[in-house]
Design a protein around this ligand. Structure first.
Ligand SMILES: NC(=O)c1ccc[n+]([C@@H]2O[C@H](COP(=O)([O-])OP(=O)(O)OC[C@H]3O[C@@H](n4cnc5c(N)ncnc54)[C@H](OP(=O)(O)O)[C@@H]3O)[C@@H](O)[C@H]2O)c1
Length: 303
């Protein structure tokens, strides 16, 4: 199987490339810096700037699977108008161009999405069947448009999967940003601490993406979160416990809004999400379904 991966140099992508490197697969990647990506990952890498260029034909040739993970990081500071544009274009424009360049050989298109597609409030439990409100904020618009662009590939008879990813816990992402503060014993719940955190362990999200690429039962939008979301205050407590540090210093919502502006929504919104399709339809077995075990695995020996 020829598999093309974008965003392969990222937190999830690096692990996914390792997982899919099997004798019967040939992995290629697209990156803004092809040379760097090739030497980092040890696979053929093609340079692509999605804002100014079409997808290089060579990268797509005889490709059976595309996995599209690229996108400007949402958590790296304030959402200025320029960054908002970059966050949007790096996902939606890239997906549009990949869909337009799909060769006849393509069978499967797996695309990133996020739990940010759901209304970020309250205690209501959302699964893939819930009705979305017509009015959308910035994160919802990104996720909605990203899925719509990806879904266009279905007209060519290609199986499309959009993975609504939760907050990934691993050596990167949110945990990496929180660790220095928590290690100093200065961590604690964010805002009220009552908002829900839809976490997933890096091993499990990599399995979901690998399955989506290779298992034809996967199609459409799929929530990728652990079956046991927790409230932020439980998360802070569990993290403090694994690190053997107090985690009692709350980060006030106002402070976060002043520091991050609109981007504070990433930590303050409440997403209580169920992985209904993974569990009930696809029989997915989570390696880590309890937060304590997930954090112990990631941080247990590394205090
Ligand atoms: N990590 C999470 O908790 C999480 C949660 C929900 C959804 N997701 C989504 O899943 C995807 C992968 O997540 P990740 O955490 O692995 O992402 P990541 O570490 O931030 O990496 C994504 C990759 O995208 C490329 N990229 C970054 N900025 C770009 C830009 N402005 N234009 C074009 N390409 C750009 C980079 O590859 P090159 O430098 O090689 O070009 C980068 O390695 C993302 O789209 C993300 O939104 C992640």
């Amino acid at each position: 199987m020829n598999i093309l991966i974008t965003g392969a140099t990222g937190f999830i992508g690096r692990r996914l490339v390792q997982r899919l490197q099997q004798p019967d697969h040939v992995i290629r990647v697209l990156s803004r810096n092809g040379r760097r990506a090739g030497s980092l990952l040890g696979v053929p890498a093609y340079q692509w700037d999605c804002r100014t260029e079409d997808v290089p034909g060579e990268a797509m040739r005889d490709c059976q699977v595309v996995i599209n993970l690229m996108g400007e990081n949402l958590g790296d500071g304030r959402w200025t108008e320029a960054r908002k544009h970059e966050i949007y274009a790096s996902r939606i424009l890239s997906t549009r161009k990949l869909v337009a360049a799909a060769p006849d050989s393509l069978q499967t298109f797996v695309c990133g999405s996020a739990i940010g597609i759901y209304p970020g409030s309250g205690d209501t439990l959302y699964d893939e069947s819930c009705t979305m409100p017509e009015q959308r904020g910035f994160i919802q618009t990104i996720c909605h448009d990203w899925e719509q662009e990806a879904a266009r590939i279905e007209r060519n008879g290609v199986r499309r999967v959009s993975i609504r990813t939760g907050v990934v816990l691993g050596q990167g992402g949110m945990l990496q940003k929180l660790l220095p503060v928590f290690k100093l014993g200065l961590g604690g719940p964010v805002g009220s601490g009552l908002q829900w955190l839809p976490w997933i362990h890096i091993d499990d999200i990599v399995s979901v993406f690998a399955n989506a690429a290779l298992d034809s039962r996967y199609h459409g939008a799929i929530n990728a979160v652990s079956p046991n979301p927790v409230r932020y205050r439980e998360f802070a407590h569990a993290l403090g416990k694994v690190l053997q540090r107090p985690a009692v210093f709350p980060v006030p919502a106002l402070l976060l809004r002043l520091a991050l502006g609109e981007a504070a929504a990433l930590a303050l919104n409440s997403y209580r999400i169920a992985p209904k399709r993974l569990l009930e339809e696809l029989g997915f077995r989570f390696k880590y379904s309890e937060l304590g075990a997930a954090l112990e695995d990631l941080l247990g020996d590394k205090q």
